[in-house]
Design a protein around this ligand. Structure first.
Ligand SMILES: Cc1cc2nc3c(=O)[nH]c(=O)nc-3n(C[C@H](O)[C@H](O)[C@H](O)COP(=O)(O)OP(=O)(O)OC[C@H]3O[C@@H](n4cnc5c(N)ncnc54)[C@H](O)[C@@H]3O)c2cc1C
Length: 468
């Protein structure tokens, strides 16, 4: 069996194939184009700094990736975000505003803080209350996150609260994102309770009564950096992980699949494609134009991560005492999508006396940024820090990582497209898709989907699979 791609999705698929099958004869080979495993998960450790080029944290409400860390012996490396000394604020009308408490990843979990926040106008608060009486949508079709939340809670909630967080997570436009894909819990609350506010109250009561095992903090990371996760998974594969091995073609051959990697031919009974959608599109194009066309239609956006190190004396006193993260209201013109004060959010990200900040710039409205030269990128980041934080010092060290086309966009109709692809692929037995393009971009989503994919593959081979 072959897995193409050793990002977190491919590595986790290989891990679950081996652990769920409990068959010592099951051969899993993973091909990876790059000379190192991990795909977008990349950490740079230097002089006491832990700089994340790609993902910097796990969202604790989705436990799958952290559970995987525990399963492979990384449990003691998981550290929680310092939520008591660190908060994210919204840049709006020339000021930073606190987000209401109980607001997690763009999803309100409590009502009262919304009614008292100064970030919403009195009119918007009255509009929010209409959610209690408005009928539920009578349509079953997908709509955008922006349209869904505006319809229930009003436009200001989208522009000043949910939108800034979601556009920072997805490098996307909330008025294009699929509500069914991005906020399935809220769509379900409307279906069950009609009112989101009522539904949220019931859900909160259930959480209080139940024994939630999720950690109390919002995020977690790994002490040596996120890359330790793919590195450990890669170690377990040993020589079955073939690095610097680009899969060039994939074709059916006598009921099996032929893979050409670096000019060498391999055959397999099943192949899992754990690569970005446009790469999968190229690999399937010779034997299914229809699947290739659908895969080629998944939109992507670009971003740049600019990490900056400052010394204590560079930072204004007030900020030093109360470091903040920043997201940006949808109504503001800004190149910054988000700013994380990494050394305040997590321990051990910078040496004592230093601060590590991570700016995330770009998104769907400024695609050209990912192609700009580093001096330009640094200058535009520093301009944003001056304007938003009043931070005028030059950073002592800078790391810049461009991510062109790296963010899959799960726009309205996304799940229908996946359904079409799955139907089309069912006439090509032995080919499976997984990865961040399909069922969620977060590391936890990738791990959950990888496990589900491994279960599907094993059932295809007739193994009894533990479906938990
Ligand atoms: C800047 C940034 C910040 C992020 N922040 C977070 C965060 O804080 N938390 C979070 O949960 N998520 C975050 N994400 C999202 C998350 O990192 C990704 O969704 C996830 O890492 C994708 O994993 P993947 O394995 O599906 O894809 P990838 O990581 O893209 O892996 C695909 C692999 O396939 C390989 N490949 C491609 N073509 C071939 C070929 N022909 N042959 C062989 N191999 C091939 C590639 O080299 C790559 O290694 C972030 C993403 C980015 C870009």
């Amino acid at each position: 069996m072959v897995v193409v791609g050793a990002g977190i999705s491919g590595l986790a698929t290989a891990y679950y194939l081996r652990t769920l099958a409990t068959d010592p004869n099951l051969q899993v080979t993973v091909f990876e184009e790059a000379p190192r495993p991990g795909g977008k998960v990349q950490t740079v450790q230097c002089d006491g700094f832990v700089v994340e080029a790609g993902p910097d944290s796990f969202f604790n409400q989705k436990p799958d990736a952290i559970q995987l860390c525990h399963a492979i012996g990384l449990g003691d490396q998981v550290i929680s975000s310092n939520d008591d000394h660190y908060e994210t604020r919204v840049w709006f009308r020339g000021r930073l505003w606190p987000l209401p408490r109980g607001f997690r990843m763009g999803i309100p979990t409590r009502i009262r803080p919304f009614l008292t926040t100064p970030l919403l106008s009195p009119f918007a608060k009255a509009r929010m209350a209409l959610d209690l009486v408005l009928p539920a949508s009578s349509s079953d079709s997908d709509e955008s996150v922006g349209a869904f939340l505006s319809r229930r809670l009003g436009r200001e909630v989208v522009e000043r609260m949910a939108g800034p967080i979601l556009s920072a997570i997805y490098a996307g436009d909330p008025y294009q994102m699929s509500a069914r894909m991005i906020l399935p819990q809220l769509v379900e609350l409307e279906r069950r309770y009609r009112s989101l506010m009522r539904g949220l109250q019931v859900a909160r009561r259930h959480r209080r009564d139940g024994n939630s095992s999720a950690p109390a903090s919002v995020f977690s990371t790994l002490r040596p950096g996120m890359a330790i996760l793919p590195e450990r998974l890669a170690q377990r594969l040993g020589p079955d992980l073939r690095l610097s091995s680009r899969v060039e073609s994939l074709a059916p051959q006598n009921g099996r699949w032929q893979i050409i990697a670096n000019g060498q031919a391999w055959t397999a009974d099943a192949v899992v494609l754990a690569v970005p959608a446009h790469v999968a599109a190229k690999l399937v194009a010779t034997w299914s134009r229809e699947v290739a066309t659908e895969l080629g239609r998944f939109p992507v956006s670009s971003s740049v991560v600019v990490a900056l190190a400052f010394q204590d004396e560079d930072i204004p006193e007030l900020l030093r005492r109360r470091p903040v993260g920043v997201v940006v209201a949808l109504t503001e013109r800004a190149q910054l999508l988000a700013l994380t004060w990494s050394s305040a959010k997590f321990d051990d990200r910078a040496p004592t006396g230093w601060h590590l900040l991570r700016a995330f710039i770009g998104g769907p409205f400024q695609e050209e940024l990912a192609r700009r030269d580093p001096t330009d990128l640094l200058n535009c980041t520093l301009a944003e820090l001056r304007r938003m934080l009043g931070l005028y010092a030059r950073p002592r060290r800078v790391w810049i990582y461009s991510w062109p086309g790296a963010h899959p966009q799960m726009n309205v109709g996304h799940l229908d497209r996946i359904g079409r692809i799955e139907r089309l692929l069912s006439s090509h037995p032995g080919i499976f898709l997984t990865g961040s393009a399909f069922r969620g971009i977060g590391l936890a989503d990738c791990v959950r989907y990888a496990r589900a994919t491994a279960q599907l593959v094993l059932s295809y081979f007739g193994y009894k699979v533990d479906a938990r």
